[in-house]
Design a protein around this ligand. Structure first.
Ligand code: GRF
Length: 190
């Protein structure tokens, strides 16, 4: 189960890896559904065109973060997923949501955690004069971007880098790192 809000390029990389590396056959694992909090997310249309079950759940239709998360939990539980993979899902999750999926919830964050939690990671890395940047796959705990680190990839920060150029360099690594980390997690269940 993958949750997205936007382009879903990490989601697409995970789906591609699951097929190329035959996760179903080797680990009994597949991407069972994709849920977005934005109906217009390009990644949702892509997943649908690939024959993957999709749901859109507009957070603005709910009176509170708690109410949205309660409905999201119900939607996810219908699929009883072994893993809930956050891939550019731009929502802060309630403690209830995190506790409900303890041990099954993972995220990718575009920095070398514990540096640069939160937003605007690439500009902040450039502003701090960092010589390297990267991305982190981590378990999700009640602390924002604070759960156990599962894997990381490093890229150089180049002298003329803009936040956009650095983000693109990091994203190519995300597409390699995240599928590999997820495959290790699903393989652990074998
Ligand atoms: C990625 O950089 C991810 O690390 C961050 O949001 C971006 C999502 O990109 N959390 P995409 O939707 O997977 O293309």
């Amino acid at each position: 189960m993958i949750l997205i809000s936007g382009n879903g390029s990490n989601m697409a990389a995970i789906v591609a890896a699951s097929r190329q590396r035959r996760w179903q056959e080797r680990h009994g694992a597949e991407v069972v559904a994709v849920i977005s909090n934005r109906a217009e997310a390009p990644g949702l249309a892509w997943a649908r065109s690939e024959g993957i079950a999709t749901e859109a759940l507009n957070h603005r239709a709910f009176a509170s973060r708690q109410a949205f998360d309660a409905e999201l939990v119900q939607q996810i539980d219908r699929f009883n997923p072994a893993l809930v993979v956050l891939a550019g899902f731009m929502r802060i999750l309630t403690p209830y949501f995190v506790a409900h999926f303890t041990g099954r919830l993972v995220n990718i964050h575009p920095s070398l955690l514990p540096a640069f939690t939160g937003l605007h990671t690439h500009q902040r890395a450039i502003d701090a004069g960092c010589k390297v940047a990267g991305c982190t796959v981590h378990r999700v705990s009640a602390d924002l971007d604070g759960g156990e680190i599962l894997d990381q990839a490093v890229v150089p920060v180049l002298p003329a880098d803009t936040a956009e150029a650095l983000a693109a360099r990091v994203l190519t690594q995300e597409h390699l790192l995240y599928p590999g980390a997820i495959e290790r997690l699903v393989a652990q269940r074998d």
